[in-house]
Each structure stands twice: as structure tokens, then as C-alpha cells.
Design a protein around this ligand. Structure first.
Ligand SMILES: Cc1cc2nc3c(=O)[nH]c(=O)nc-3n(C[C@H](O)[C@H](O)[C@H](O)COP(=O)(O)OP(=O)(O)OC[C@H]3O[C@@H](n4cnc5c(N)ncnc54)[C@H](O)[C@@H]3O)c2cc1C
Length: 461
């Protein structure tokens, strides 16, 4: 009979490392601590940014305060004091897989996704062609992106038919003064305020019945001050397959109702317009001799009768000076962790990370967008975490055997490497600092953008 880890090392404690303090990582920690079990758990949460909350802080749009408010619930988990947060610590740079094996019984990766899916059409590399994820990082004050964003275009195309496309389009079309009630950093307000934009065109490859918008996000566009919603009658000749979808799916029904109301609205008085175009397959971003975006060429598509589209051969062009692709997010591979480049995820079976043969790599787990791919809302990361944690707890027999499981050892290691880590108390200090910044202007908070100031405020220097 072979001895299990438990036979050899009768531990009664799980030392768990979680890498990535977005919602997936925080929910995983919370669920693990609340789970029924016959052993103790101590959790260290590592985060590469000085502040936690991942895309809730750096993805969710600033004018969505209700969703941003989820930070309050996540904060309650961190404030409880039974999870140690180490911010400003990047896995693969500051700490390695060997470090984790030396100090913990297991690790969960919840590193999410931050980049744009590449788009391979001619002209995509032109000046004025951007990924929406980069734009989002800019307007949401991510510390690792440039402070300025070139907002010189009058006419802009946003490619994509999901909520990120709508976020980008709304942020481009909305008057900056209407964002002053939010937490947007000053540089973002100044940048948007100077924008000469008049027309933002959102393009989808398929029809209005196939759009992946949330009804709330779509409806919100129609409420923007001094922005006309423009939809085109030619896109609303609904084919039988689309009609069946509208009749059978409540969300699709509501989306179509909202857009149909816009078809009858009076327009022409607003200084900005937000256009929704459907049945448009991107062919090329057009540019001038200096390499600047001047236009967008696309092929008109039509329904194929099965919910998809086929090309019609009709080529159209539109004049634009900026092109944003919002066709999806993509995760980054992590050192010494398998990565499925086609799907952009860590290969896993219900959160147990697997090797090329499909065998679970002992002690290694994944949850959230890095486990499932970059789709789904914040709430979905909770069910993800439940599944992953169930495996972590069941797998006690195959956990790692750390050489230095004492809680002080990892802190000593980070200190010896001169890592300026932040903590949950540090987040409270930064939170207070941001709220104070907002006070003189009557705003709830102004977000701090640069890493140095974030660190100074977090480390109370
Ligand atoms: C633009 C945008 C808008 C959205 N709006 C909404 C919305 O309104 N409502 C909604 O419900 N959902 C929204 N979502 C979806 C929501 O943000 C995701 O479902 C959720 O954030 C995924 O959680 P996660 O923890 O897996 O990843 P993330 O939120 O990406 O968190 C991952 C964390 O891991 C950290 N990390 C990455 N690499 C490392 C490393 N090497 N070492 C240490 N730490 C690392 C990151 O810094 C980050 O903090 C939006 C998403 C985007 C992109």
C-alpha cells in the first residue's frame, strides 16, 4: 500500500495561495474559508496591482456605479481579516512556482484577462486603430497604461456587438461633464473633454437579434444627453430565424423592442450621434500615406437562415479617423503553468489544472476568466469558485508538501527581495485617500492612477 501525503505528514491546515485578487480570487478565498471541512485554512492572496478587485476596478465602466459597488461586498471579505492580501506582487516576476511550492499546499490561479483578442485585417496596425481593452484600461485609470489617449477623431468606428463595445462607444460619445459624478481620474476627464467626436459607429457582423448586449446597457445609450441614437431600417428586415429568436428569448425581445423604439425617435438636434450598424463584416482599416486611419471598409452580410450570416458581395466604406476593436478579451500565459493558446485559458477540468495528457497537476488550480475564458458577468465567477474550491478541498491527499509553511516565511522572502507589497489595510488607506481627493470637488472619489502614488498612499508613506 502506498502512503498518502496525509499518512506521512498529518497536517491539519491548508496553506493556500491564490494568484489574482479580482472577483474570482476573492470569491474563491471566501468560499474556501466558509466551506465545511475538518482542517484549518490560511490563505494568501497575491495581486500584481497595488489595489485589488481586478476588472471590477479596471474594467467595469466608471458610470456604472451599481456594478462598481460590488467592490463593497468584496471588500467586506478582505476586511474580515482571515485572508492576507499581498498587492503589487506579480506571479512570474516577484514570486515563482518554486516559491509557491516551498510555502503552500496548493495554488489557485485567478489571473483573469486584460488584453484584446488580435484582429487580422489589413490596416489594423495603423495609427488610430486601437483595442478596446487598452481604451478601457485608460479610462478606468489602470496604472500600467499611458496617461494620455489620442482623442482627436470626429468619426469613430467600434467593432463588436457585446457590452464592451457598448461601454467603449458610450464613453466615446458621452459628454465628459456627465462623467464628473463618477470616479474618473482627472487626466481622463481632461482627455474626454477635449474630444471633438461627433459620430460613433458601432458595427456588428450579424443582425440585431444576434447582438450580445445586455438590455440595461443598450437602453442606457438612448438616455445619453445630447446624443442621438441612429439605427438603420435596412437592418430590421427580420428573417424567420431571427424572428423565432425574438419570439422565444426574452432578452433578445427586449433588445429589439428598444432598438425599434429608436427607429421612430426624432433625431437631428443633438451635437453627437451614436449609430448602430448590423450585417457588416470588417474587411480593412483604410489609411493615408502617413499611416493614419482614414476609413473602414466592410462587406454587407445577410442572414443565412440558421442564425449566421453570409457575405452579399456589396462592399461599403465609411470615413473615420479612429477604429476600436471590441471583439473580446484574451488572457496572458503564466510562467510554469500550462496555457491553451487557442482558447486563451489554463487547461483544466472543473478547475483542476491539467497537463497535455489530461492529468491533474497536483496542487495547481484555476478559477474565473483564466479558467473559463473571458465571458460572463462578475456573478459567474462565484459558481466557478465553488467548483474549483470543492476540488481543492477534496484533493488533500495530493497537495504539495511545503518546506516552509509558516506564515512568516513568505513575508520574509518578499522582504528579502525588496518587494514593496501592499495589504488590505493599505487598500483601506488608498480608498480613504481617493475619497479625500474627491471631497473638495463634491465627488465621492477621484481614482489615483500612477503606481507610485498608489503605493505611497497604500503604504502610508
Ligand atoms: C470592459 C469590461 C466591462 C465589464 N463590465 C461588467 C459589468 O458591468 N458587470 C459585470 O457583472 N461584469 C462586467 N465585466 C465582467 C467582469 O469584469 C468579469 O466577469 C470578472 O472581472 C472576471 O473576474 P476574474 O477575477 O476572473 O478576472 P479579473 O477581474 O481580470 O481579475 C484578475 C486579477 O488577477 C491579477 N493578475 C493578473 N496576472 C497576475 C499575475 N501574474 N500575478 C498576480 N496577479 C495577477 C489582475 O491584476 C487582476 O486583478 C466586465 C468586463 C470588462 C472587460
Amino acid at each position: 500500500m502506498t502512503n498518502t501525503y496525509e499518512d506521512l505528514y498529518p497536517v491539519n491546515k491548508l496553506r493556500l495561495a491564490i494568484v489574482g485578487a479580482g472577483p474570482a480570487g476573492i470569491y474563491a478565498a471566501d468560499i474556501a474559508l466558509k466551506a465545511e471541512r475538518d482542517f484549518d485554512i490560511s490563505i494568501d492572496l497575491f495581486e500584481s496591482l497595488p489595489a485589488p478587485y481586478g476588472l471590477v476596478r479596471y474594467g467595469v465602466a466608471p458610470d456604472h456605479p451599481r456594478i462598481k459597488g460590488i467592490i463593497g461586498a468584496l471588500r467586506e471579505v478582505l476586511d474580515r481579516g482571515d485572508i492576507r492580501l499581498f498587492g503589487n506582487v506579480e506571479y512570474g516576476v516577484d514570486i515563482t512556482m518554486d516559491d509557491l511550492k516551498k510555502h503552500y499546499n496548493a495554488v489557485i490561479f485567478s489571473t483573469g484577462a486584460t488584453k484584446d483578442v488580435p484582429m487580422n485585417i489589413p490596416g489594423i496596425e495603423l495609427n488610430g486603430s486601437y483595442g478596446a481593452a487598452d481604451f478601457v484600461s485608460w479610462y478606468d485609470g489602470h496604472p500600467d497604461v499611458p496617461r494620455t489617449w489620442p482623442l482627436t477623431a470626429k468619426s469613430v468606428a467600434v467593432i463588436g456587438n457585446g457590452n464592451v463595445a457598448l461601454d467603449a462607444a458610450r464613453m466615446l460619445a458621452k459628454h465628459a461633464d456627465d462623467l464628473l459624478v463618477t470616479e474618473i481620474p482627472d487626466n481622463v476627464y481632461q482627455g474626454l473633454k477635449a474630444s471633438p467626436v461627433t459620430d460613433v459607429h458601432v458595427f456588428g457582423r450579424r443582425g440585431p437579434a444576434q447582438a450580445k448586449f445586455s438590455p440595461l446597457e443598450l437602453r442606457e445609450l438612448g438616455e445619453l444627453r445630447d446624443v442621438d441614437m441612429i439605427v438603420y431600417d435596412e437592418d430590421f428586415e427580420i428573417d424567420p430565424a431571427s424572428q423565432a429568436l425574438i419570439d422565444s428569448n426574452k432578452q433578445v425581445f427586449v433588445l429589439n423592442k428598444v432598438m425599434n423604439e429608436w427607429r421612430t425617435r426624432e433625431t437631428g438636434k443633438a451635437s453627437r450621434r451614436l449609430h448602430l450598424h448590423f450585417y457588416a463584416n470588417p474587411l480593412e482599416v483604410l489609411g493615408d500615406d502617413e499611416g493614419n486611419v482614414t476609413g473602414f471598409r466592410y462587406e454587407r452580410t445577410k442572414p443565412d437562415g440558421k442564425g449566421g450570416v453570409v457575405g452579399t458581395g456589396e462592399i461599403r466604406e465609411i470615413e473615420i479617423q479612429a477604429y476600436y476593436r471590441a471583439i473580446g478579451y484574451y488572457s496572458s500565459p503564466l510562467k510554469d503553468v500550462p496555457f491553451d493558446a487557442a482558447k486563451g485559458v489554463i487547461p483544466n477540468h472543473e478547475g483542476q489544472v491539467i497537463d497535455a495528457d489530461g492529468t491533474h497537476i497536483n496542487g495547481v488550480y484555476a478559477t474565473g476568466w483564466i479558467k473559463r475564458g473571458p465571458v460572463g458577468l462578475i456573478g459567474h465567477t462565484k459558481s466557478d469558485a465553488m467548483e474549483t474550491i470543492a476540488h481543492v478541498l477534496e484533493d488533500k491527499a495530493t497537495w504539495w508538501t511545503p518546506e516552509e509553511p509558516e506564515e512568516g516565511a513568505i513575508v520574509d522572502l518578499m522582504d528579502s527581495r525588496g518587494i514593496e507589497y501592499t495589504t488590505a489595510e493599505g487598500w483601506s488607506a488608498l480608498d480613504e485617500y481617493e475619497q479625500k481627493l474627491g471631497e473638495p470637488e463634491g465627488r465621492a472619489r477621484i481614482k489615483v492612477v500612477d503606481r507610485e502614488t498608489m503605493l505611497k498612499a497604500s503604504r502610508a508613506e
